[in-house]
Design a binder for this molecule. Structure first.
Ligand SMILES: C[S@@+](CC[C@H](N)C(=O)[O-])C[C@H]1O[C@@H](n2cnc3c(N)ncnc32)[C@H](O)[C@@H]1O
Length: 444
């Protein structure tokens, strides 16, 4: 761990050397709070890191992964694109390094989380807005089923078949806070406060989220959440955020571009950039819209079943949980061999569309890489953290397939390096035998 800290410090010193003294020291102070608990492709190091502690985004990589990636480049880029923003790790870290970020995110709650981190605040005015929210909740109540008219019935008691995520009283308090926040006049404050309320929602609920998805807590029927816990959790989240924006508001770069929507479409609106770094969803059938359903409905990002359907079809084709077209033409020698093996095992798969989903997944990434080829300067680098998957014993070597596809699109392979081994699903053995790989390409 001492060696990792030393390496990070050396890289930060090299990357921030060109900045003035104050921004350099601020960046170093932020990175000095970075822990080293797990691989850099996971977020285990960052639960106490300012900004990253606002919301536990399970699929994030650590800021030090961004530092490691940029340190491999010949010179420090001036601009960086991340087409799959998630919790905004790439964009926030590059702001600390004085590099201007552009990012894209399809999930509106996560897009707000990203923008809440990247935007600037006037602390005094934030405090006034907080006090406005408290004044409003003191004299109002909300009607859960009026505000959640089209949400899944399990959201609030009595729920479905005796199971529910919130008691009526807790849902009422959460929604009263939401209404008070939505009534604020400052859109940047609405965004931040909704994100902070969002950060309390799982701890106040009867469910937990794990790598496998959402499930009820054991003994949830006996667990009592008191409505006053809503205000206390929101206050804690607010005080943490206030501390972070006061201490680290003056980042070396405070500018950014955020595109809300499907990267397969909106990435084309981005300006040219020196470098791209991202981690797309993995083709492991993890349905992001479903995992973040509680935040999306409770905070009003989804209001109708149609909103939900649209969001799900705008996400990358990395899962089979919704009915959609898996039409795709992506082809490379290794992808075609993998498709042949997958199709031969279709009968024993838990969903017969898995082979087509896999080709569609690569087809979507070809769209992203084609657009990036247009956006990245000549000789510029594109780095992707990707994870392998396995279905019915057939392994999908995502890194090598992408290298073949990217070669046809005008990228050369600079490096392919393993970041960690991930655990496969119980059906596939449950051992740590799936690779997570950093693919480093350069534009020809
Ligand atoms: C692995 S996560 C990225 C995590 C990010 N590197 C971080 O550290 O927070 C992938 C993200 O891609 C988003 N996503 C999925 N499909 C998308 C699409 N079509 N356009 C833009 N974002 C998409 C998901 O919502 C998710 O937030």
């Amino acid at each position: 761990m001492e060696m990792m800290r030393e390496e990070l410090n050396t890289n930060i010193a090299a990357l921030t050397g060109r900045l003035g003294t104050a921004p350099r020291l601020l960046a170093r102070d932020w990175f000095s709070r970075h822990a080293f608990f797990g691989p850099s492709s996971t977020n285990q190091d960052t639960h106490d890191l300012p900004f990253q502690r606002w919301y536990r985004f399970k699929e994030a990589f650590a800021p030090r992964a961004v530092v490691d990636a940029i340190s491999k480049l010949e010179r420090v880029p001036r601009t960086c694109i991340d087409p799959f923003g998630g919790s905004g790790t790439t964009a926030l870290t590059t702001q600390f390094l004085g590099i201007r970020p552009t990012t894209v995110e399809v999930n509106p709650f996560l897009a707000d989380l990203i923008e809440a981190k990247l935007q600037s605040y006037e602390p005094q005015s934030l405090l006034s807005s907080y006090s406005e929210v408290l004044d409003a909740v003191a004299i109002s109540t909300a009607e859960p089923w009026a505000m959640l008219a089209n949400a899944p019935r399990t959201m609030v008691a009595p729920g479905v078949k005796g199971r529910w995520i919130y008691s009526a009283e807790v849902a009422e308090r959460i929604l009263t806070y939401r209404s008070a926040i939505e009534a604020l006049g400052n859109p940047a404050h609405v965004r931040l406060f909704k994100v902070l309320l969002g950060s309390t929602l799982i701890e106040l609920s009867n469910v937990i989220i794990s790598g496998k998805g959402r499930r009820y807590r054991s003994g949830w029927e006996r667990r009592r959440v008191h409505p006053t816990q809503v205000g206390r959790a929101f206050q804690t989240a607010f005080l943490n955020a206030l501390e972070d924006v006061v201490r680290f508001g003056d980042r070396p770069c405070r500018d950014y571009s955020l595109f809300r929507g499907d990267a397969r479409i909106v990435l084309s609106e981005a300006d040219e950039a020196d470098f791209a770094l991202f981690s797309p969803p993995y083709p492991n059938s993890f349905d992001y819209t479903d995992i973040y359903n509680i935040e999306l409905w409770m905070l009003g990002y989804l209001r109708t079943a149609e909103d939900n359907r649209k969001l799900r079809t705008a996400t990358l084709r990395s899962h089979v949980q919704i009915k959609r077209s898996f039409d795709a033409g992506a082809s490379s020698p290794l992808l075609d061999r993998t498709m042949f093996d997958l199709s031969a095992r279709r009968d024993v798969m838990w969903d017969k569309n898995i082979p087509e989903m896999v080709r569609a997944y690569f087809d979507d990434l070809v769209v992203i890489l084609t657009t990036l080829h247009d956006k990245i300067v000549n000789g510029g680098a594109v780095m992707m953290v990707v994870g392998d998957s396995r279905y019915a014993g057939v392994s999908i070597d995502v890194g090598r397939i992408l290298v073949e596809l990217a070669n046809d699109l005008g990228f050369d392979l600079a490096d392919l390096s393993s970041m960690r081994s991930m655990r496969s699903s119980a059906q596939q053995g449950g051992t740590y035998d799936l690779d997570e790989t950093l693919v480093h390409l350069t534009k020809r």
